[in-house]
Design a protein around this ligand. Structure first.
Ligand code: FES
Length: 357
């Protein structure tokens, strides 16, 4: 079905969308025929190694809600690179939103956004995704955040406050050092206004001078800070190891548990068996170690398959497997079926494979 307006149809008969984008971007960097783009309109240091970028999307960006993630694509040294971020503030009346990015060791996009992204530059946006949204209002919650995992919680709390729907929320936020804590002022302002919001900080790599906790997540800490855990819904966001530990410590007591990890767990792979992967679209065959995540294995050989979250959520990396056996890295489920869809970021090869890549 053609949903174009008459003006779009007229323009399209003269320009291709690509040509239109090329010429339009000379007039306004976020004008595009159909690509969701956002211009950086402000940047501010959020904490040590973290920066908050305020983004103004164009009209093609899809709406999203607090707690979701969005893929952000930047052009870095001539290559398009995509990573997922959970906005720390979702679009408001002025239709801007913010992402807070912590630079990671070796992180191509996070380091570029932290060091080089400037006001006026344009990023491409993907389709929003993620389940940790505002479905449960006016309830008792415990939010467990580690590192960058704090961003969806700030955005959820702001949304609940805006809707006058903030229930009883206890937030525990872990960082390595005090200097790496983001949004301390924002949380102070929120707790000053809302007595039903409790915020506790935990530092894992330095002594604490603000009566914070100085410890990793543990049963004892949860018993001290959340004695009524059995009446709360628990949410955890952070690295995979943290989310798994939060799950195992709260799952049996809390009313419900939602977890979102922004990294894959470290997987010991001592399997040195090599398999052949034939890529039909690029007509190449490469050899990789069986058991290695396919996305990482292909990238290590210089290939650039599309990817986003790199943890099995956004579906950006999905491709069709024509033949062979893959294994889901987290569940160890094997798939032998020809023609099935494979998310290569969380799948490994368990035989020779043919992939439509
Ligand atoms: S990159 Fe998001 S599912 Fe694989």
């Amino acid at each position: 079905m053609n949903n174009n307006t008459p003006l779009q149809t007229l323009v399209q008969s003269v320009f291709s969308p690509t040509a239109f984008d090329f010429w339009a971007s000379h007039l306004n960097s976020t004008w595009s025929w159909q690509r969701p783009l956002a211009r950086i309109v402000a940047r501010q240091v959020a904490a040590k190694d973290s920066v908050t970028l305020t983004l103004k999307p164009n009209r093609h960006a899809q709406p999203f809600v607090a707690g979701q993630h969005i893929n952000i694509t930047a052009e870095i040294n001539g290559s398009r690179v995509t990573r997922s971020y959970s906005p720390s503030l979702v679009p408001n009346q002025s239709s801007v939103f913010t992402i807070t990015v912590k630079r990671m060791n070796g992180g191509k996009v996070s380091n570029w956004l932290y060091e080089q992204a400037q006001v006026g530059q344009v990023l491409e946006l993907g389709v929003p995704f993620g389940e940790m949204t505002l479905s449960v209002l006016h309830q008792q919650h415990v939010f467990l955040a580690a590192g960058s995992g704090i961003t969806p919680f700030l955005s959820l709390i702001h949304e609940w406050v805006a809707q006058d729907a903030l229930g009883d929320v206890t937030l525990i936020y872990w960082a390595k050092t005090k200097a790496e804590l983001c949004f301390v002022e924002a949380f102070s302002a929120l707790t000053a206004k809302h007595s039903n919001l409790q915020v506790h900080y935990a530092l894992t790599q330095e002594p604490d001078d603000l009566s914070h906790i100085n410890a990793r997540i543990s049963q004892e800490m949860l018993e001290n800070l959340v004695p009524d855990l059995n009446q709360r819904v628990a949410y955890a966001c952070g690295p995979a190891g943290f989310v798994e530990q939060a799950r195992s410590l709260t799952q049996e007591q809390a009313k419900d548990f939602y977890g979102e990890a922004f990294s894959l767990p470290l997987i010991a792979n001592d399997n040195t068996e090599q398999v052949n992967i034939h890529l039909t679209k690029s007509n190449r065959t490469i050899r990789v170690a069986s058991g290695q995540p396919l996305l990482a294995a292909l990238e290590a050989q210089g290939l650039k398959p599309e990817s986003g979250c790199r943890m099995g959520i956004c579906n950006t990396c999905v491709c069709t497997k024509q033949a062979g056996t893959t294994e889901h890295i987290l569940t160890q489920d094997r798939d032998h079926e020809a023609g099935s869809s494979v998310r290569i970021c969380i799948s490994s090869a368990r035989s020779d494979l043919i992939l439509d890549l």
